[in-house]
Write a protein that binds this ligand. Sequence first.
Ligand SMILES: *Cc1c(COP(=O)(O)O)cnc(C)c1O
Length: 423
Amino acid sequence: MSLHEPNQPSQPNQPPKPPLPSSPPSPLPSPRTETLAVHPPQVRIPEGSRPLGVPLYQGHVFAFEEADTMAEAFEGGGAFLYSRLGNPTVRALEEAVTRLEGGAAGVSFASGMGAINAVLLGLVSTGGHVVAQRCLYGGTYAVLTDLAARWGVEVTYVSGDDPEEVRQALRPTTALLYLETVANPTTRVADLPALIAEARAAGVPSVVDNTFASPLLCRPLEHGADVVIHSATKYLAGHADVLGGVAVFRDAELHRRIWHYAVEQGATTDPFAAWLTLRGMQTLALRVERQCANALTLAERLATHPAVAAVRHPFLAGHPDHDTARRLLRAGGGVISFDLAGGRAAGRAFVEAVRLASLSPSLGDVKTFVMHPASTSHRQMDEATLTAAGIGPGTVRLSTGIEHVEDLWQDLAAALDQALKAA
Ligand SMILES: *Cc1c(COP(=O)(O)O)cnc(C)c1O
């Protein structure tokens, strides 16, 4: 049979073949053109095949046959109702990340900050206490600072490498321990199992921002964490074309609590954003493998360059958390930070001199990005505050993409020459 056989009887005396994939019957016997325009038919997919990719359900509202089913959906049970509460494309993303992290259930958000806010506000109440790692993503630090200033939440900051410090920081009112697998831009690696064990012994849930590691390098739930957060904007989606965040929970009860909070807060994922993230995630393993390999090669070369005073990458010998990193991470990650010997002027000259890499604020992308915190994201800080955050005047953060490593080195080496001249 030809693929292009017309849907007609080939001989006049044969019965007609059934119609091609069918649409449900029209709700009225003979609707007028105006009505037909508003109610296009929805094609039913006949049995025998299925869409290979996750379909994009962009519509935010669902229709019901029965009022009782709708009533149950309002309570969060079963059927899809309204996309702020749940959407099939968004659900596919939630389940995909939940499987990658090995959790019970997940909630997707419009951004990583949406996820962080919902988890923090869902766990902490007025007068509550939080123990958090000192070197945090700037947005997370801002939320904690705001919670402290306006809602009476107390925050104790710890270094992230000393379990004893966590034990002493815990109080009866502690609502959570908040950690990041790999800190920005210091690339310090938190000793997750040891720190989380202290919180667990005190009955305190642990939350880990695993954005920098991705589930390919580390799965914090396996180390005792209760919640894992991703800015899906970075490695998961990977192509600098979509914002997103996901929180994955060890148990269904906590998931339910935070889901309710997320629905109230409304930082919901747009279905198209979820669809783009799912598409990006299919190549996550390949991208991360190349990004990590590029990062280690570049870190080793940077370490021998005369313009560079120090290089930090978790898999470089001499990194302060080298042993922890080798124990907890499957590879060292795609982020490097290094100090230019020429200080602030050299850092600025370097990031303006790169041609293949771009001066961009994000990370985890297929393209390589550089940043000079002292002249951009952290320019309000004086030298002392910068140093306390682990950032020097000449510190550069490099997030490796998947380009050919020799092209990247050619670009970086030329920019390093400019940095030497500027110093
Ligand atoms: C980018 C980032 C966030 C915030 O995510 P958005 O998607 O930008 O809201 C949170 N944590 C880490 C570690 C990040 O890198």
